[in-house]
Structures are given as structure tokens and as C-alpha cells.
Design a protein around this ligand. Structure first.
Ligand code: ACO
Length: 326
């Protein structure tokens, strides 16, 4: 069979910064608490006129350029997001039009922070089976639009941004070696937005009760994350036939520095083996992993032949891990 991998990466973050000092003025919190509990220092916030597809567009243009692929060559666009521009049309269709990717099919994918890895797994399947040749996979979020800035438990965590990759055929021996995806719907109420859907349509009451913002049980999500990051990565490694010590770089979901540290311990890796940028950007849900990957590439931290592990978890509950050779 053919080898499938990443041909190019791109990223975009908005200009505006929301610092811990800014948050101190908005909710009862302080820089020291936020840094020790999460590792975060600032996040980016989209301009009022920017929606998720605008962020996705900037990251996609970069990824296409890096891959040497034109928009017309794309067969499919997958946008992983929990903050679409609107219910429908999908953000992927809006992006398709912006890019002029007129030969591409397009759909959004809903798996919260695991969405980008779910997207990669889809792209891998479509290409490995010969259905498509070039696929754009984007993780893009404007979480500032669904964050309750009166709730200190969540207000400190989230930021806006986008990461994108072009997936296609790569030389034999390189590319994706395994995927491990999972879900546990029983934990759905730990992390959700319950208003605005068919269960609880938008009304003045749902707006008043702040049902259109993220609600989260931080402590339970934390416990789940610590357990699943290690086990998902280990299972993906085992399927690929690699050992923990083979890992050159871990690209984890950027939810909390303590969650990443526990994953590093479980995988017996030193701190320099993880790409970390949550101090600058906070948690950008589906955008975190592709943006961390794009930044790692930009910084020269990823060399040909390196073995990477991408691993994330999120609302659903969902999780995903992938092993790939760069
Ligand atoms: N500033 C100061 N104090 C705070 C803040 C804050 N911003 N937030 C909470 N506290 C308080 C709490 O009220 C609590 O006080 P209490 O003991 O009097 O009740 C105390 O600090 C400790 O709260 P915990 O919840 O136990 O703090 P914890 O160490 O668990 O850290 C955190 C909280 C950072 C949210 C952590 O639980 C976490 O990172 N959880 C995972 C979150 C996550 O990854 N979410 C993914 C979302 S991805 C997606 O799908 C969108």
C-alpha cells in the first residue's frame, strides 16, 4: 500500500493577547494561581470581525504553500471545530469557497479537542484506500466566543487560533504508522455547551442562564485526561510497533501543563521531548495540536525520520493518538 503523511503545515493566531493580568481584572483570580495550576500566561483573542473560517483560512494558505499544493488540487477539506461560523453551512464549506478549492468536498468534524486527530485518521483512510489524493485537515477555534468570562473556572483556559496540514502520499517508510481513537459518551456532561441545539433550543431563558457557554467539571476532566493521554499514546505506539524510547517528539493537546507532565512521566520522556506552547496560547481545542505541530516544524524541532506522537483528549468524551514518521 501507499504511505500517507503530512506534506505541509500552517498556523495562525490573532493579534490580540489576553494575559493573566487582564483576567485578574475580569474574575477573582491571580497570575500565580493560573501559572501554577495550568502553565498558561496568555491567550490570543480573535478580532470582532474574525470568525473561525477566517482563522482557518490563514493557516490553510500557509499549509498549502508549505506542501506545494494548490487549492484546486484538494479533494477534500475537513475542519475540526466546536466553534463553527454558524450551524450550517459547515465551516469547511465556507473555507472551501474562501480558498477557491472548487474540486474539494468539505465537511466539519465534531470531536472537540480530539477533532484534529480524528480528522487526520479520516484523511489517512481516504488516501490509503485511493478515494482521494490531497486532503486539507484543519483544527480551528474561536473559543473566546463560547467562553463565560464571568466563570473563573473556565475563563482562564481558552484561546483562539488555527492549525492546518495537507495530507497526501509520502515516500515509503514515512507517514502515519497508527491511530488510536476513542470515545466515552457517559462522560459527556463533564464538558459541554448544552444550549442552542435541538435538545435545548436558544431562548431568552437559555441566554439568561448562560447555557451557550462552555461548562466544565475541571477536576473530573483532569483525572480523565491524565489517564487517557498516557494509555492512548501507549496503545498507538504498540500498534505502530515502537517503544516509548523511540519517541523523538510528543505533540500533546495543550490543556494544562500538569496533564502534559503526567503524560511525559508515564511515557518515561524528559521534558524537552514535548512541544509546549500553552503558555502563549492557552487551550485552543481542536487547533492546539496542529498549531503545536506547525510551530515545532517552524522551530526546526522536527527532522526527517523523527518519530512523533500526537495525542489529545476532549469533550465527548473523546481521545485520539497517532504515531507518525516525519
Ligand atoms: N483562580 C483562582 N482560583 C480558582 C480558579 C481561578 N481561575 N479556578 C478555580 N479556582 C479555585 C476553585 O474554586 C477551587 O476552590 P475551592 O477548593 O475553594 O473549591 C480551587 O481553586 C481548586 O480548584 P480545582 O478545580 O481543584 O483546581 P485544579 O487543580 O483541578 O485546577 C483546572 C483546575 C486548571 C481547571 C484543572 O482541573 C484542569 O486543567 N482541568 C482540565 C481542564 C481541561 O483540560 N479542559 C479541557 C477542555 S477542552 C474542550 O473540549 C473544550
Amino acid at each position: 500500500g501507499i504511505s500517507v503523511g503530512i506534506l505541509g503545515t500552517g498556523k495562525y493566531v490573532p493579534e490580540r493577547r489576553l494575559t493573566n493580568q487582564d483576567l485578574e481584572k475580569m474574575v477573582e483570580t491571580n497570575d500565580e494561581w493560573i501559572v501554577t495550576r495550568t502553565g498558561m500566561k496568555e491567550r490570543r483573542i480573535a478580532a470582532p470581525e474574525q470568525a473561525t473560517s477566517d482563522l482557518a483560512y490563514e493557516a490553510s494558505i500557509q499549509a498549502l504553500k508549505a506542501a506545494g499544493v494548490t487549492a484546486e488540487e484538494l479533494d477534500l477539506i475537513i475542519v475540526a471545530t466546536i466553534t463553527p461560523d454558524m450551524f450550517f453551512p459547515s465551516t469547511a464549506c465556507i473555507l472551501q469557497e474562501k480558498l477557491g478549492a472548487k474540486n474539494a468536498a468539505a465537511f466539519d468534524l465534531s470531536a472537540a479537542c480530539s477533532g484534529f486527530i480524528y480528522g487526520l485518521a479520516n484523511a489517512n483512510g481516504f488516501i490509503a484506500t485511493g478515494v482521494y489524493k490531497k486532503i486539507l485537515v484543519v483544527g480551528a477555534e474561536t473559543l473566546s466566543r463560547i467562553t463565560d468570562y464571568t466563570d473563573r473556572n473556565t475563563a482562564i483556559l481558552f484561546g483562539d487560533g488555527a492549525g492546518a496540514v495537507v495530507v497526501g502520499e509520502v515516500p515509503q517508510g514515512r507517514g502515519f504508522k497508527s491511530f488510536k481513537l476513542g470515545a466515552d459518551g457517559a462522560g459527556g456532561d463533564l464538558l459541554r455547551i448544552c444550549g442552542g441545539g435541538s435538545r435545548l433550543p436558544s431562548t431568552e431563558q437559555t441566554v439568561g442562564e448562560r447555557k451557550h457557554f462552555i461548562e466544565m467539571n475541571g477536576r473530573d476532566v483532569f483525572k480523565f485526561a491524565v489517564r487517557i493521554m498516557g494509555s492512548a499514546a501507549e496503545e498507538a505506539l504498540a500498534t505502530a510497533g515502537y517503544e516509548k524510547s523511540d519517541i523523538d517528539l510528543l505533540i500533546p493537546h495543550q490543556a494544562n501543563i500538569r496533564i502534559i507532565q503526567s503524560a511525559l512521566e508515564r511515557l518515561e520522556l524528559s521534558a524537552d521531548k514535548a512541544m509546549i506552547n500553552l503558555d502563549k496560547y492557552g487551550n485552543m481545542s481542536a487547533a492546539s495540536i496542529p498549531l503545536a505541530l506547525a510551530e515545532a516544524v517552524e522551530q526546526g524541532r522536527v527532522k526527517e525520520g523523527d518519530k512523533l506522537v500526537l495525542v489529545g483528549f476532549g469533550g465527548g468524551l473523546t481521545w485520539g493518538a497517532s504515531v507518525l514518521v516525519w
